[in-house]
Design a protein around this ligand. Structure first.
Ligand code: HEC
Ligand code: HEC
Ligand code: HEC
Ligand code: HEC
Ligand code: HEC
Ligand code: HEC
Length: 449
C-alpha cells in the first residue's frame, strides 16, 4: 500500500464513508427507475409478435403481390368479397390452387366439383383470372396468407364508445409524475448529505458555525422602508389587474378547445395523408349556414372495405392496434358485421362533442364565407389537415370577425350579384377594392339578431 494513503487514513475513511452513502442513494434510485420502466419495456416486446414462416415461398414478395392483386377482395383472416385465405392450403391441393388462381372461371366451366361448390357458396361472384402469375409467385402468396395471425397487441387506453374518457396518456403521465417526485426526493437527500458532509469538514478544520447570527431579518428591513412598500404595492395591483382583465376577456372564449371524441377520428390521416376533400364530408358548408358533421353512412362508403390501417399509419403515440380498435367502434356504432359483410340493424348514435360554437345572439353563415367570399376553411379553422385531434384554432370573438372584415376584400369579379352595388360603393368610398367592412360587414344587425 502506498505510504501517503496511510498517512491520511482517517481523512480518507471519512471521505469514502460519505461518498458511499451518496452512491447508495444514487444506486437505489437507479434500481427503482429500472423497476418502474421494466413493465413498460416488457409490454413493448410483447407487442411485436414473432412472424412464423410456414411453407417454402417468400413471404415479403407474397405480401406485395397479395396487396396489389388480391387485397381488393380477400383478407387473410376475415371474409370479404372472397373467403379468408388463411388456411386455404389445407382446404385444397397446391395443384388445384395453381389452376384456380390462374383461371377460376375455366375450372367452374370445366365442371370441377370443388370449384363449383365455392362458386355457388359465394353467390356466383366470379374471381378475376391471373394467368400472368407463375407457380413461384403463387407459392409466395400462399406463404404470405399462411402466416398465422399475430396475437393482438395490447390496445392503448381503449375507452368504450361514448364514454368520452381519456383515450391516451393516462399511464405515461403517472410515470412521469412518479419520476419527478423521485428525482426531487433524491435531490433533497443528496443536498442533506452534502450539507452534513460540509459541516463535518468544517468541524474537522476547526471552524465554528454560528447558529444564530445577529442581523436584521429581511422582512423587518422591508417593513421599515416605505418607498419599497409603495413600489411593491403598485406592482402587485398592476399584475393582478392584468390577470383579472385577462380572465374576463377569456370568459366564453374557447380557443384551443380540444375535447376527446367518442371515436378517435384523425383529420391528419383523412384530410392530410389521404387527401380527402373537406367538402366530401362537410358537404353542407358550401350551400348552407352550417357545415355539419357527416353521418356515419358517409364513413361507410370507404370503411366497408377499410377495416384496419396500414402498418405505416401507426405512430409512436398511436399504435396500429389502437387505430384498428377505433374503426371497430365505428362498426359497432353503425351496426356493421365485418365477418358477414352486412348490417346487423343494431346501431347507436355517436355523440360527437361540438367544438366550435358561437353564442346564440351571433349569426354566422358558412356558405357566405366559403362559396361567396371564397375563404379557405383553413383561414378560420387552421391547419386541419395536420390535426390528429381536432381543436378550435381561432378565438371566434367579435374582434376576430371584425378584423377580418376590415382586412378582406370582397371578391366582386365575375359576381353579377355585386356589379351595381360595387359601383355605387366604390364611388362612395373612392376606392377600387371594397373590404367586407365597407360592404356593411361592421353593421351590428348583420351579425346580431
Ligand atoms: C374481384 C375479386 C377477387 C380478386 C381480385 C381475387 N379473388 Fe380470389 N376469390 C374471389 C371470390 C368471390 C372467391 C369465391 C369463389 C368464387 O365466387 O369464385 C374467391 C376464391 C378464392 C380462392 C378459393 C378459396 C377457398 O377458400 O376455397 C382462392 C385460393 C383465391 N380466391 C385466391 C386469390 C388470390 C391468390 C388472388 C390474388 C392473386 C385472388 N384470389 C384475387 C374474389 C377475388
Ligand atoms: C372523412 C370525413 C371528414 C373529412 C374529409 C373532413 N372532416 Fe372535419 N370532421 C369530420 C368528423 C367526423 C368530425 C367530428 C369529430 C371531430 O371533431 O374530430 C369533424 C370535425 C370538424 C370540425 C370541428 C367541428 C366542431 O365540432 O366544431 C372542423 C372545424 C372540421 N371538421 C373541419 C374540416 C376541414 C377544414 C376539413 C378539410 C381540410 C375537414 N374537416 C375534412 C369528418 C371529416
Ligand atoms: C374517402 C374514404 C374515407 C372516408 C369517407 C372515411 N375514411 Fe376513415 N379512413 C380512410 C383511410 C384511407 C384510412 C387510413 C387507412 C390507413 O392509413 O391504412 C382511414 C382510417 C380511419 C380510422 C383509423 C385512423 C383514425 O383516424 O383514427 C378511423 C377511426 C376512421 N378512418 C374513421 C372514420 C370515420 C368516423 C369516418 C366518417 C366520419 C371516416 N373514417 C370516413 C378512408 C376514409
Ligand atoms: C370565415 C371563417 C370560417 C370559414 C372560412 C369556415 N368556417 Fe367552419 N366555422 C366557423 C365558425 C365561426 C363556426 C361556428 C359556427 C356556429 O357556432 O354557429 C364554424 C363551425 C364549423 C363546424 C362545426 C359545425 C357547424 O356547422 O357549426 C364545422 C364542421 C366547420 N365549421 C367546417 C368548416 C369547413 C369544412 C370549412 C371549409 C369548407 C369551413 N368550416 C370554413 C368559421 C369558418
Ligand atoms: C377570414 C376572414 C373572415 C372572418 C374571420 C369572418 N368573416 Fe364574415 N365575411 C368575410 C368576407 C370576405 C365577407 C364578404 C362576403 C361577401 O362577398 O358577401 C364576409 C361577410 C360576412 C357577412 C355578410 C355581411 C354583409 O354585408 O352582408 C356576415 C353576417 C359575416 N361575414 C359574419 C361573420 C361573423 C359572425 C364572423 C365571426 C364569427 C365572421 N364573419 C368572420 C370574411 C370573414
Ligand atoms: C362581423 C360580425 C359582428 C358584427 C358586425 C358585430 N358583432 Fe357583436 N359579436 C359578434 C360575435 C361573433 C360575438 C360573440 C363573441 C364571443 O362569443 O366572444 C359578438 C358579441 C357581442 C357582444 C357580447 C359581448 C362579447 O364581446 O362577447 C356585444 C355586446 C356585441 N357583440 C355588440 C355589438 C354591437 C353593438 C355591434 C355594432 C357596432 C356589433 N356587436 C357588431 C359578431 C359581430
Amino acid at each position: 500500500m502506498p505510504k501517503n494513503l496511510d498517512d491520511n487514513s482517517t481523512y480518507n475513511m471519512r471521505q469514502v464513508k460519505y461518498r458511499n452513502s451518496v452512491a447508495k442513494v444514487l444506486i437505489l434510485g437507479t434500481v427503482f427507475l429500472f423497476a418502474l420502466f421494466n413493465p413498460v419495456m416488457a409490454q413493448d416486446e410483447a407487442a411485436t409478435a414473432p412472424v412464423v414462416a410456414t411453407s417454402g415461398g417468400d413471404i415479403a414478395k407474397g405480401e406485395a403481390l397479395f396487396k396489389s392483386l388480391c387485397a381488393a377482395c380477400h383478407k387473410r383472416y376475415k371474409k370479404m368479397t372472397g373467403p379468408a385465405l388463411f388456411g386455404v392450403t389445407e382446404r385444397h391441393s397446391t395443384e388445384w390452387l395453381y389452376s384456380w388462381i390462374k383461371n377460376s372461371a375455366a375450372m367452374v366451366a370445366a365442371g370441377d366439383a370443388e370449384a363449383i361448390a365455392i362458386y355457388e357458396e359465394y353467390n356466383k361472384t366470379a374471381m378475376n383470372a391471373f394467368p400472368q402469375l407463375t407457380n413461384t409467385d403463387i407459392d409466395d402468396i400462399l406463404a404470405y396468407v399462411s402466416v398465422p395471425k399475430a396475437a393482438p397487441a395490447p390496445v392503448v387506453g381503449q375507452a368504450p364508445v361514448g364514454s368520452g374518457g381519456d383515450a391516451s396518456g393516462g399511464v405515461s403521465s403517472t410515470v412521469i409524475l412518479g419520476l419527478l417526485a423521485l428525482v426531487f426526493l433524491m435531490l433533497v437527500v443528496v443536498l442533506f448529505l452534502v450539507n452534513k458532509t460540509l459541516r463535518r469538514f468544517a468541524e474537522l478544520n476547526g471552524l465554528q458555525i454560528p447558529e444564530n447570527e445577529k442581523r436584521t431579518p429581511i422582512w423587518k428591513a422591508f417593513v421599515q422602508n416605505q418607498f419599497l412598500i409603495l413600489v411593491s404595492t403598485v406592482f402587485l395591483l398592476l399584475v393582478s389587474g392584468y390577470f383579472v382583465y385577462g380572465f374576463f376577456m377569456q370568459v366564453g372564449v374557447d380557443q384551443g378547445y380540444q375535447p376527446i371524441q367518442p371515436i378517435h377520428y384523425s383529420h391528419k390521416i383523412h384530410a392530410g395523408d389521404n387527401k380527402i376533400e373537406c367538402k366530401y364530408c362537410h358537404s353542407s358548408a358550401r350551400v348552407s349556414k352550417t357545415s355539419g358533421i357527416p353521418s356515419l353512412n358517409v364513413c361507410m362508403n370507404c370503411h366497408k372495405s377499410i377495416s384496419e390501417v396500414a402498418d405505416a399509419t401507426a405512430t409512436e403515440e398511436y399504435s396500429k392496434s389502437f387505430y384498428d380498435g377505433e374503426i371497430q367502434k365505428l362498426y359497432k356504432a353503425v351496426g356493421w358485421d365485418a365477418d358477414s359483410q352486412s348490417y346487423t340493424g343494431k346501431s347507436e348514435p355517436v355523440k360527437w362533442v361540438r367544438i366550435h360554437n358561437l353564442p346564440d345572439f351571433a349569426y354566422f353563415n358558412h356558405s357566405q364565407h366559403v362559396s361567396v367570399a371564397g375563404v379557405e376553411c383553413q383561414k378560420c379553422h387552421g391547419p386541419v389537415e395536420e390535426m390528429e385531434i381536432m381543436y378550435q384554432y381561432a378565438p371566434l370573438t367579435m374582434g376576430w370577425c371584425i378584423n377580418c372584415h376590415r382586412e378582406t376584400n370582397v371578391k366582386v369579379e365575375g359576381n353579377a350579384y355585386y356589379d351595381k352595388i360595387h359601383e355605387q360603393l366604390s364611388k362612395k368610398y373612392g376606392v377600387d377594392k371594397l373590404t367586407a367592412a365597407q360592404m356593411g360587414g361592421l353593421e351590428c344587425g348583420k351579425c346580431h339578431y
